[in-house]
Design a binder for this molecule. Structure first.
Ligand code: ATP
Ligand code: MG
Length: 407
């Protein structure tokens, strides 16, 4: 049997990027031989094994054929006769379809190295169109490598457009889509992921609520970039530049969905877009079965981001309500993430990226103030049950009034 390094490990070594996980392909072997060498079988769908020591993935060379809709609709053929070239041709991009032996000899039948140099994400063969997940994968790679100057080859974008229009994207499961979305949002330029999806028509299918923001104007005085879609991309870009976690990036993407619902006659104003957007945020959350912390933050940021921006003008009672809504007493981290999302929103405006955001420290101070109200003295005074709750609230309000006056 011959063993080759494939996929991302080869690509990233040639790009001079750190290689984190290594995928291997094994040519000329049977499942029985792999098991005899101590490899542990893992693939439910494909003949894939884990190395007994390194734990890395070793897949038997295989060919694939489309046999139905969606991801399940594949039949594969693995046997010792399948060649390396036959295995590589089923892969998505030319830069992902190179293999390397233990002497670092490159096998590159589909000119991945040429495309690496040309900075092009190009599909290997027309079979690309057989798996709709590849639309998301290519957009994710575009987000990762945009900084190196990579773009999607026009003929690949055309295929992605075909896939988006064919209805195949709907066959993707929430789990597979979310995995790609989450990884893409954590890349260096997540806004490129959304942009590429939009260019090929996939955004309209996957997240019509986000797609609808493009072409919707906002008041120029607050939003020099005017377009709500452009603004959303900038907010996401800021979130990545400030190394925000997934929760914050997800909330940034969805925070303004309500603006897509404003009747044209009301443009460029968007009265109550925060409330109106909630049902859209909920729908997107549920469509992809986003993790609970992402869902929660997106809804809270959607509802309260304008409160964040107006923090210094809020009445103490409104400030207290805000803090209560976030349960800052038990969930301080979540409030930090809310503040971060608001700040990214403010910075995601053309020409205002560097402007300071004093609201952030003001909100932090308010949270600290409310949290520092001691419960013990109230207990000692004999407050119990709901009365105790009311008394705590009164004390917090008093503290916030003093805080606001001092600020
Ligand atoms: P990453 O750095 O994100 O791990 P990768 O290229 O190694 O990138 P993997 O998901 O680990 O991506 O997959 C390994 C290889 O398997 C890819 O390089 C590609 O050749 C192939 N591959 C994975 N998923 C698909 C797919 N849906 N369609 C075609 N080829 C795929
Ligand atoms: Mg990999």
């Amino acid at each position: 049997m011959q063993i080759y390094k494939v996929g991302g490990a080869v690509r990233d070594r040639l790009l001079g990027r750190p290689v984190t996980d290594i995928d291997w392909v094994v040519v000329g072997a049977t499942t029985e031989e792999m098991l005899a060498k101590g490899f542990r079988p893992v693939g439910a769908d494909f003949p894939v094994f884990l190395h007994p020591k390194s734990g890395e993935e070793y897949a038997l060379a295989r060919t694939e054929r489309k046999s139905g809709r969606g991801y399940g609709g594949f039949t594969f053929h693995a046997s010792p006769e399948v060649t390396l070239e036959e295995d590589l041709i089923r892969r998505d991009l030319t830069i992902n379809a190179m293999a390397e032996d233990d002497q670092q000899n490159l096998t590159d039948p589909y000119h991945g190295q040429r495309d690496l140099e040309a900075r092009l994400l190009r599909h290997v063969s027309p079979a690309f169109a057989e798996d709709p997940l590849r639309v998301l994968r290519v957009a994710r790679f575009a987000a990762r490598y945009a900084g190196l100057g990579f773009t999607v080859a026009p003929e690949t974008l055309a295929l992605m457009r075909q896939l988006s229009e064919s209805g195949e994207l709907e066959a993707l499961t929430a789990e597979r889509s979310w995995k790609e979305i989450a990884r893409a949002l954590m890349e260096d330029q997540p806004q490129v992921f959304i942009q590429v999806l939009r260019e090929c028509g996939a955004l309209k299918v996957l997240m019509p609520e986000v797609d609808a923001l493009f072409g919707v104007p906002q008041p120029e005085a607050h939003h020099p970039e005017i377009d709500t879609g452009v603004h959303t991309l900038s907010v996401l870009e800021q979130a990545a530049q400030h190394k925000q976690p997934l929760t914050v990036r997800w909330a940034c993407l969805l925070h303004d969905l309500g603006k897509g619902l404003t009747p044209e006659e009301e443009w460029p104003r968007h009265i109550a877009h925060e409330q109106k957007g909630l049902k859209l945020i909920k729908a997107v959350n549920e469509r992809f079965k986003a993790p609970k912390d992402c869902q929660e933050l997106a809804l809270l940021v959607g509802e309260y981001h304008t409160h964040g921006h107006r923090a210094l003008e809020l009445k103490p009672s409104t400030l207290l309500e805000l803090l209560q809504s976030f349960d800052v007493y038990r969930r301080p981290q979540r409030f930090e993430e809310f503040i971060a999302a608001c700040e990214m929103d403010a910075r995601g405006r053309k020409g205002l990226e560097q402007r300071s955001y004093p609201q952030a420290d003001y909100l932090r101070g308010a949270a600290t103030t409310a949290r520092s109200v001691a419960v013990q003295p109230l207990l000692e005074k004999g407050f119990k049950g709901p009365e105790l709750g009311e008394a705590i609230k009164r004390e917090r309000l008093k503290a916030l009034k003093a805080y606001k006056e001092k600020a």
